[in-house]
Structure formats: C-alpha cells, structure tokens
Ligand binder design. Structure first.
Ligand code: 13P
Ligand code: SF4
Length: 353
C-alpha cells in the first residue's frame, strides 16, 4: 500500500514539474488510480476533439493504443503522444487488420465495383492503417456516439457500407436506421467471399465485419430479465458494443459519455442497470450514491477491459519522470503517409458529426 501511495506522490510531483508542457487525457474505462490524474476525461469522440485543440508539448493518453494514435494524428506535428504501456491495445481493434481488409476489398471487387458501390466505415477502435485505407477509398471513421450520423453520410456517398471491426455497433446503428437484419449479413474475413453468396452481397446494405468487444460481449439478456424482475421500475442502459438482444431490451443505448450523462441527470432514487465496462460503472455507482440512485453492473462476471488496465500508476509515474528528465518513452508516432490519409477520414468524421 505504501508503494502505491509513493507512486501517487511521484505522479503528482512529476505533473507539477511539467506544468503546462503536459496534458493527460483519460478514457472513462480507466481505473481510478490513474483516472484521477487526467486533466480531461471523455469518450472516444470527446477525447479526439480535445486532441485538436491542445497546446501542450506532451499528450499522455490513459487509454488504449488506437486512442494514442488518434491523438498523434490530430495533434500538431511538434506535439508528442505517449501511451504509458505499449501493450495496452484493444482486442476488438485487433480483429481487423490491413491485410484482411485489403483481401476483403479484392474479394468484394470480384462481384461489384467496390469504390463505386461500398463506403468503408471503420469504428475509431481500429489501427491507423485501417483509417488510412478508408481515407484512400472514400470512407470514414465513426465512434459509438456518431455511428448513425456517419452511416447516413456514408449512404449519401454510395449504396452499401463495409463496417469494421465491431459487428454489434454496426448492426445496432443500422437497425436504428430501419435497415432489416437480413440486409446486414456478417462478413467473415477468414472465409472466401466473407462466407456469403453473391446474392447476399448484392442484397446487403451493411456488411458487418465479424468482430466484437470481448468485454461487452459478456452481457446477457438474462441479466436484464433478472434486474427487471427484481426492480420493475428499474431502467436499463447499455453501450452499443453489447450484443444486439441486449441493446434491443435496453431502455437507452449509447456511448460511455451518453451513459454517464443520462444516469447523472436522472431523478434521485432511480435504479439503473448499466451494460458497459466495470471501472466506469463502479465510479458512477459511487458518484450517484448521495442522490440515492442505485447503479448496478450488468454482469455477474467481472467485465473489465484488461488492456486498459495495463495503464497503471507505475507506468504513468515512469513515463512522467522520464519526461521530467528530458527522455521521451513510449511515444506513439503514426508514419506520415498513413497519418495524412487517416487524418482525412477523422476530419470527415468530425465535420459530419
Ligand atoms: P466510447 O466511444 O463510448 O468511449 O467507447 C470506446 C470503447 O472502447 C468502448 O469499448
Ligand atoms: Fe477495446 Fe472492448 Fe476494451 Fe473498448 S472495452 S477498448 S472495445 S477491448
């Protein structure tokens, strides 16, 4: 415990020494032990917007790899993005990679003219080279906040969408737009022709990449049914990365920022079942206690984002003390040619949302 307290003191001391040269951005899923040091907190969209406006020399990201890449892409060239542990990736983002997306492009090009027919849409939870692919092929990025708006934009460009890597976000957003489920088949990049027939591809409005978030995938309809039986007046709110039937049976569905806002602004003494990452839910439950609100986590299984959890006080203290000593460690630098195309797609997103 004294080691932890020492680490906290080291972080505070290094932050003080770096002053305005440093800004720390924290995603809502981060553990309290590091989250408390963030200068700005938010969901993916809000944090991306901050990156465009910051003046600090160093941007330390309490989040996962793709978020630090976005910080690098959207900040000025002289600013430095840092991820305290390089192993903090996103397992969902890893479910799509450039080789697989390019193979899908070639496969789909056998049955239709991809560049005239399909808008590639990548969830912000993806590597920079996939954002660059979208930039090159008239596509766009979305977040969990703006996905429906971005799909609307996409359908104005071309008749179909290839949506990666999260099938759940794609399906839920398409469903909210009124697209029938049989026009949103799963595209399995590991199968010839995505495992679909030519007829299915031609009929499809959205091809849903076979990817998902291991954390949100754990939520079940039974969790909701049990909660509603115990609390008939209870309210259910979920992140759109949750399975379709969970979203369908929730009262509200939205991004992490939306969840925080909705529950925080709700009347006192209301009861909530929340389907998103554990750290966020625990923090919210604590904050809502004085108002008599019950905030319950959706699963009986511990659903923590294990890669976010790699960003711990030890790593944070280590990168900050190195900065104080004039050493940059764990910089995230997207290659210039990729960054340029990726920025194009991110700018398209920021303009459309
Ligand atoms: P938000 O955009 O809601 O912050 O979601 C990011 C994420 O990784 C959810 O798993
Ligand atoms: Fe990726 Fe899921 Fe973690 Fe979000 S919660 S960062 S989607 S693994």
């Amino acid at each position: 415990a004294s080691e932890d307290a020492d680490c906290q003191r080291r972080i505070i001391a290094a932050k003080e020494k770096l002053g305005k040269r440093l800004v720390i951005l924290g995603h809502h899923y981060q553990n309290e032990t590091v989250y408390r040091h963030a200068d700005f907190t938010g969901d993916s969209l809000k944090l991306s917007r901050y990156c465009e406006t910051l003046d600090a020399e160093y941007i330390v990201f309490l989040g996962v790899h793709f978020m630090a890449e976005v910080a690098d892409i959207l900040s000025r060239p002289d600013q430095i993005a840092i991820l305290p542990d390089l192993a903090a990736g996103c397992s969902m983002a890893d479910m799509a990679n450039l080789a697989k997306v390019e193979r899908s492009y070639r496969e789909l090009s056998k049955v239709l003219n991809f560049d005239e027919t399909i808008t590639p849409v990548t969830y912000i939870n993806s590597a920079a080279d996939l954002k660059a692919f979208c930039g090159e092929h008239g596509g766009i990025v979305c977040t969990s906040t703006n996905a429906p708006k971005i799909l609307e934009w996409s359908f104005k460009q071309r008749e179909k969408v290839l949506f990666f890597p999260d099938q759940n976000l794609g399906r839920w957003s398409g469903y909210k737009m009124g697209i029938p489920l049989d026009e949103m088949p799963i595209w399995d990049p590991d199968q010839p022709m995505g495992g679909l027939t030519e007829e299915q591809i031609k009929k499809a409005k959205i091809l849903l990449w076979k990817g998902h978030c291991a954390v949100h995938q754990m939520f079940r309809l039974q969790n909701i049914t049990k909660f509603r039986a115990e609390h008939p007046d209870g309210i259910v709110i979920s992140h759109p990365e949750a399975p379709f039937e969970v979203c369908q049976n929730s009262d509200y569905v939205g991004s992490t920022e939306y969840i925080l806002k909705t529950v925080s602004e709700a009347p006192a003494n209301t009861k909530w079942l929340v389907g998103t990452e554990l750290n966020l839910v625990n923090r919210l439950a604590e904050q809502m206690k004085p108002q008599g609100k019950l905030v319950q986590f959706m699963s009986h299984v511990v659903c923590e984002c294990s890669t976010m959890a790699r960003i711990d006080p030890q790593h944070l203290a280590w990168v900050l003390e190195n900065l104080v000593d004039g050493n940059v460690v764990n910089q995230i630098k997207v290659p210039a040619h990729e960054a340029k195309l990726a920025k194009l797609t991110l700018d398209r997103m920021l303009a459309a949302s």
